[in-house]
Design a protein around this ligand. Structure first.
Ligand SMILES: [Zn+2]
Length: 447
């Protein structure tokens, strides 16, 4: 526990934008930023989030620190990098790390968590520091069910200020939002083969995908073998596009639940509640011949970060940010001192420089982004110019060896800045762990 003087505490509280406010942290599993209206999506996936976003600070270029839950959630809770800072012991967040919940708990907050996904749960350290936890989730859990559990948690609470973390499973697979939700986001021809029709309209989605594959093969659509969760999958462009509509349906389900949750807060309570929306990682929806996550491409690590301070005007921030900024931002906002040794910064204070290195990682690979350039490390580094190639389709490492070198130097500086004690600890090879659990296929996440 870092020691902080009483005077320092008083000083941080005096200039805080929302002193001793409640904190509501809502994370959606596998929500990529660009499928929200607030981040430019053209379809109505997120009316409730967008409404709050208009009265919030929206960080447009935010990255999660990993492409899988098991690495990313501990990073979000501690403000440190998951592998560089050796946060994990056999895949689980180390007890010795200080979480946002632990810090707020010591500051007198009632800390509560409602968790709807295994890899964010207590088994992996997701509960560390929470006094009351409901991780009795259905697998897979619908957003409405998570919402009911959140309502119960709030109804049973008799203390303020509180810190409530809600981790929704949606829009994570299975992409099965139901027929109406799918059709709301489907934009292909009416007479084309699609999900939720034919002889078994309510069959499991993988079964329906096979039906569609047969139909589109017959129509002569090109078939590509995709990397997907748990293995490989043949798909055609029409099916990939429809998977996107299913995903959008899942996003909307999460948004609807979120909207109801916000509405359920009494007005005077909402006026003293800081709300943060984030995600543990995004989702590939066809790019790089992948569906799912567990990579470090932008579609998987570009995630939303929305911070709502009651009474503060809305703003849209282009300066790159990271999920590790959440912990210091929340602490500073509610007037708590920010511990030393974190990777993140308080985003509501002065913004970090545009050239701050942004990092996402696995134990066996990293991506560093600086000023619009993304370098995927490895024996054969890949360099992408995100300003002209946001989809990371053209590796320009050979054309720009100067840029590769600059980014490698920054990456090395981050590796060298690891706390001595942490550096002595072993890092968990998380992907190996996930493979052993059958969660991902044998393919490497970074090439
Ligand atoms: Zn996840």
């Amino acid at each position: 526990m870092p020691s902080v003087s009483h005077a320092a505490t008083e000083a941080s509280a005096a200039k805080a934008p929302c002193p001793r406010c409640n904190v509501l942290l809502v994370t959606f599993d596998a929500l990529r930023a660009d499928r929200l209206g607030a981040y430019g999506h053209s379809k109505p996936t997120s009316p409730a989030i967008d409404e709050l976003a208009a009265r919030s600070t929206v960080f447009l270029r935010n990255l999660s620190q990993s492409g899988s839950t098991i690495s990313s959630v501990p990073s979000l809770h501690t403000g440190k990098f998951p592998h560089t800072d050796r946060l994990l012991d056999d895949g689980k967040l180390r007890d010795s790390e200080d979480t946002l919940a632990e810090i707020l708990s010591r500051a007198g907050y009632r800390t509560m968590a409602v968790i709807a996904h295994r890899y964010a749960s207590c088994e992996w350290g997701g509960c560390q520091g929470f006094e009351k936890v409901d991780s009795d989730y259905e697998a897979p859990e619908a957003a409405e069910t998570t919402l009911e559990r959140a309502h119960k948690m709030l109804a049973s609470n008799d203390r303020e200020p509180f810190f409530l973390w809600i981790h929704f499973r949606v829009p994570h697979t299975p992409y099965a939002p139901g027929r109406d939700a799918f059709l709301a986001f489907y934009d292909g021809p009416d007479d084309a083969p699609k999900y939720y029709e034919g002889e078994s309209p309510n069959a499991p989605i993988p079964f329906q995908t096979q039906r569609l594959l047969r139909a589109y093969r017959e129509r002569g659509e090109p078939v590509t073998n995709f990397r997907a969760l748990g293995g490989r999958l043949d798909l055609t462009p029409s099916i990939v596009s429809q998977l996107g509509a299913l995903y959008d349906g899942n996003v909307r389900a999460g948004d609807t639940a979120f909207g109801k949750l916000l509405k359920s807060l009494p007005a005077e309570q909402a006026d003293r509640t800081l709300v943060v929306i984030a995600s543990d990682h995004g989702e590939s929806l066809g790019a790089h011949e992948r569906v799912g996550h567990n990579t470090l491409y932008q579609d998987v690590v570009h995630t939303p970060l929305i911070v709502h301070v009651p009474g503060r005007k809305g703003a849209r921030v282009e300066v790159p940010t990271m999920n590790v900024d959440v912990l210091p931002t929340v602490l500073a906002a509610v007037g708590q001192p920010v511990p030393a040794g974190l990777r993140g910064v308080d985003l509501l204070g002065s913004l970090p420089p545009r050239t701050r290195p942004i990092l996402a990682e696995y134990s066996n690979g990293q991506v560093i982004v600086i000023d619009g350039w993304a370098l995927h490390s490895g024996r054969q580094p890949h360099l992408f110019d995100l300003r002209t190639d946001p989809g990371e389709t053209k590796n320009v490492a050979k054309e720009r060896p100067d840029r590769v070198r600059d980014l490698e130097v920054e990456l090395e500086a981050i590796r060298e800045s690891v706390d001595e004690k942490a550096a002595e600890r072993e890092d968990t090879p998380v992907l190996e762990k996930l493979r052993a659990l059958g969660y991902i296929s044998d393919d490497q996440p970074v090439e």
